[in-house]
Design a protein around this ligand. Structure first.
Ligand SMILES: Cc1cc2nc3c(=O)[nH]c(=O)nc-3n(C[C@H](O)[C@H](O)[C@H](O)COP(=O)(O)O)c2cc1C
Length: 197
């Protein structure tokens, strides 16, 4: 096996990391958002499809456009977050496959001719990339607050109109505060979630 990460790194990525709903007011610089994308983009996706597309909502004006789409319980935490990202996926991700996966000559046509295959692949791999996004953010010293409580129709209409992108989930970014943080909930034990075959 290759050398594994330090305990401190594992704590940062997993064991001590929490989902945050309250935020310090310090901003997240645009350069950090670029660094975040430049890390998460290396996470694997099937046939290197990389269907995730991201809108970083940073300005008060853009936050106001997001507000009506949010579930009641997600409004305040989102409005106060330094940045809230829309994690979306591109149903037409296959248009970039000749460049991203040149080894497979018919990859574009395989997906272009089968919309159901394209949609399931976009959702599966876009969701995986959402997980890479959270871990990349943590590795850069950011806290995250993922949310699925919002109207997909409204978000798609306001922020993704005229594209082939569909919203998957939202994720706030910043430095979290312990306000609104409930005690860590348990996780399933290995014996409950896994079996050896
Ligand atoms: C895809 C996704 C959607 C979520 N949606 C919401 C949400 O709409 N509102 C909310 O308050 N928390 C939401 N959460 C937060 C989860 O409840 C939280 O991550 C989980 O309880 C684990 O908390 P912990 O990371 O602090 O242990 C969501 C988390 C994920 C990953």
């Amino acid at each position: 096996m290759k050398p594994h990460l330090t305990n401190e790194a594992l704590d940062t990525l997993f064991r001590s990391a929490r989902t945050y709903s309250a935020w310090q007011s310090r901003p997240v610089e645009d350069g950090v958002l670029r660094d975040l994308y430049d890390l998460m983009k290396f996470g694997p996706t099937s046939a290197n499809t990389t269907p995730a597309r991201i809108v970083f909502i940073r300005t008060p004006e853009a936050k106001e456009r997001l507000r009506p789409a949010l579930s009641a319980g997600n409004v305040e935490k989102t409005m106060k977050a330094p940045v809230t990202a829309i994690l979306a996926y591109d149903l037409h991700f296959y248009e970039t496959l000749p460049r991203l996966f040149p080894q497979m000559k018919n990859a574009r046509e395989m997906f272009a001719n089968d919309p159901a295959l394209a949609e399931s692949g976009a959702f599966r791999n876009g969701s995986l990339q959402g997980g890479y996004f959270i871990l990349a953010a943590r590795s850069l010293g950011l806290d995250t607050g993922p949310m699925s409580g919002f109207s997909h129709e409204q978000v798609d209409e306001v922020f993704l109109a005229g594209t082939s992108y569909k919203s998957n989930f939202l994720c706030s970014l910043g430095v979290g505060t312990t306000e609104m943080l409930f005690p860590r909930n348990p996780r399933l034990a290995f014996e409950e979630a896994c079996r050896m075959a």
